[in-house]
Write a protein that binds this ligand. Sequence first.
Ligand code: IMP
Length: 183
Amino acid sequence: MTHSNPSLRVLLSAEQIQARIRELGAQIDRDYPDGQVYLVAILKGACFFLADLARAIQRQTRIDFIGISSYGKGKTTSGEVKLTKDLDSSIEGADVLVVEDIVDTGITLNYLMHVLRQRRPRSLRIAALLDKPSRRVRPVDVAYVGFQIPDQFVVGFGLDYAENYRNLSDVCVLEETAAAPKP
Ligand code: IMP
């Protein structure tokens, strides 16, 4: 599918992504104290990264999901963030690792970290598969970054454009062509 669509150019192959996730899992195993790592994935994009990262971590993990809306259907942010689905359990005293697909402006994670910090976890860190540092408008401290990428709109491995392309195994740049019209 990836290669038959002329508007998609592979930026990170499935193999590159999987190798990097294995490295991140090993690093997390080394860094964390004994006990459970409480993985909190941001819906929906981070689900693919979460599934692979959780299996790359040898420690005991717990998994939960949080829903945040900050983007519309297109490629630009509204700047507004709201919680659309809360966690199922308390994170008080837990070693929480927030799992995100991509850090762009930082607005989403800056807001989420503020919300989660108030719930008194023992530790609170972020793992993001992708980071676009040149786009940052709010500060975010990302402890585990898969890949830093340039300021290009990407899809695949959970990332969408108007809810499409999440199921690609590669991360691809979505190029502006007739096949990828603006909504
Ligand atoms: P931020 O609040 O600007 O950091 O945006 C984070 C969210 O924006 C991510 O979780 C994605 O849902 C979305 N996003 C940012 N850049 C991209 C991209 O290149 N492709 C797809 N979604 C993106």
